[in-house]
Design a protein around this ligand. Structure first.
Ligand code: GDP
Ligand code: MG
Length: 168
């Protein structure tokens, strides 16, 4: 089918919901509203047809383990988000990545994007761009820095994920 399921993982507060809402609705909020789990549908053009992106915005690392396994099983592609202002948030992605490997097997064939969000906050940076790139290389996935706040690289993030899918 033309339904393409993308799951967004990452620690609380890194900007998962902000990236999704920026992409789907074009909006941004300064306030932090913790997410339960939300799914958004966005119709986009890919190749010469249209397809539906189904984006699941998760609660982050406090997700119930069974729910996390289910999201991974059902997902076609994954966005792993940390904040460039928090080294801890990058650390927290490791168990999620490992679980994706465990459930999906051959991760090289799965579109995964490692995302360093909040790159408008350079003065509070804890993770250098080169460190994000190195982690992505180790994980054999793609990498991008974004800002949901400034709408930097947000459309590109989802577009690139689809490009990775097509290259499989
Ligand atoms: P989530 O828990 O990962 O879903 O994070 P949220 O999307 O709820 O964002 C957490 C907080 O970070 C909120 O106060 C947002 O306004 C803020 N935030 C999200 N993205 C950015 C960004 O790109 N830059 C900055 N400066 N703040 C952001
Ligand atoms: Mg959220």
């Amino acid at each position: 089918s033309n339904d393409y399921r993308v799951v967004v993982f990452g620690a609380g507060g890194v900007g998962k919901s902000s990236l999704v809402l920026r992409f789907v609705k074009g909006t941004f909020r300064e306030s932090y509203i913790p997410t339960i789990e939300d799914t958004y549908r966005q119709v986009i053009s890919c190749d010469k047809s249209i397809c539906t992106l189904q984006i699941t915005d998760t609660t982050g690392s406090h997700q119930f383990p069974a729910m996390q396994r289910l999201s991974i099983s059902k997902g076609h592609a994954f966005i792993l988000v940390y904040s460039i202002t928090s080294r801890q948030s990058l650390e927290e992605l490791k168990p999620i990545y490992e679980q994706i490997c465990q459930i999906k097997g051959d991760v090289e064939s799965i579109p995964i994007m490692l995302v360093g969000n909040k790159n408008d906050e350079n003065q509070n940076r804890e993770v250098d761009t080169s460190e994000g790139e190195a982690m992505a290389k180790k994980w054999k996935c793609a990498f991008m820095e974004t800002s949901a706040k400034l709408n930097h690289n947000v459309k590109e993030l989802f577009q690139e994920l689809l490009n990775l899918e097509k290259r499989r």
